[in-house]
Design a protein around this ligand. Sequence first.
Ligand SMILES: [Zn+2]
Length: 432
Amino acid sequence: MTTWILNALFVDGDRQLVKRHLKVQDGKIAEWADGSASPDTNGCEVIDASGKLLSPGFIDMHVHLREPGFEYKETIASGTRSAAKGGFTTIACMPNTRPVTDTPETVRYVLDKAASEGVVKVLPYAAITKNELGRELTDFAALKEAGAIGFTDDGVGVQNAQMMKNAMALAKSLGLPVIAHCEDDSLVEGAAVTEGAFSRKHGLKGIPNESEAIHVGRDILLAEATGVHYHVCHVSTEQSVRLIKLGKSVGVNVTAEVCPHHLVLSDEDIPDTMDANWKMNPPLRTPRDVEACIRALEEGTIDIIVTDHAPHSAEEKARGMERAPFGIVGFETAFPLLYTKFVRTGRWTLGFLLSRMTSDPARVFGLDTGKLEPGAPADLVLIDLENEREVDPEAFLTRGRNTPFAGWKLYGWPTLTMVDGRVVWTEEEGIR
Ligand SMILES: [Zn+2]
């Protein structure tokens, strides 16, 4: 099976968009042809990509697919369809399912479901502790054997330092990373928003920045002691950035991720209606933290962008700011949001944004995708950079409608997504 993608725009170096043709064969990128050439497309499938950007498919190393156990929020089928529509071709799913993904059977269940019902590549994480309760380590070796790509108790922090150190030593011996949701429970106690202007105005208890940064600092020391690859989830504070920078500067194997919402929203943007579509964990922080996270991404202290796609039902999110669960959906707005807010405004180059969503996550997690080189898997996305469109949650393929970006006018909408050389979604036809 051979496909020619004709007349696509390709980011050459960092700034220049050049026209090229791309040949895809047997699921892999075969060769490039100059835009002025006329390749022989006889007997091939042809995709006309005129005027569209061609990028490696996006990689999202932090998502919640909710299956098994919370199928009313999302399924592997609906979540991967949402990912495809957002231009993502590889996603790594968190283990806070029901049951928690803490046994080889559950890891295999996720992989089997993804193979039979998913439309993009799914990489499962397994829990650090049984049931994510922080009391007893899971069987790391068996979980790796079943296909887990790393260990995390995402959703909660590992409260006990010795437990975390043991986990890191074990993960190191198996050559897998520890991915940490950093949150000290004793400093949070039921708060829903950050300590800042919004919490003061509404008399709400706030989540202090230290609740995140204390774990980041502790874990960097433990990573130094154990030598493990330690990856910090959804960085949201200036203090965490400072500690990660310090860790990197002394050679600790620490990497970090940041979410689009922590780059474009602060607590000062939360509407007074207390709409829980603005509630996520970590919470929206202060403008100072937002700027610190942007700078950290720019200078490489934060390595990659992830969505922390976290669907919930409408009923759950209607419970209000204090009682609704944390989280927002992310796949279908991530690229348009960042492209509109950072590239069209001239702060970032297109090449910079694409690398943080493709080649950088591939490098950090040792994946064979995220690049447009011959021999690489043909995991691709075409993007329309010129047409402005409103975010319409009713048109989402995720089951979640929980987004603070409804009605935002954005550019940079994907039009076609290909996984291993097979078109899995197009704007015109939807999921194939
Ligand atoms: Zn988390």
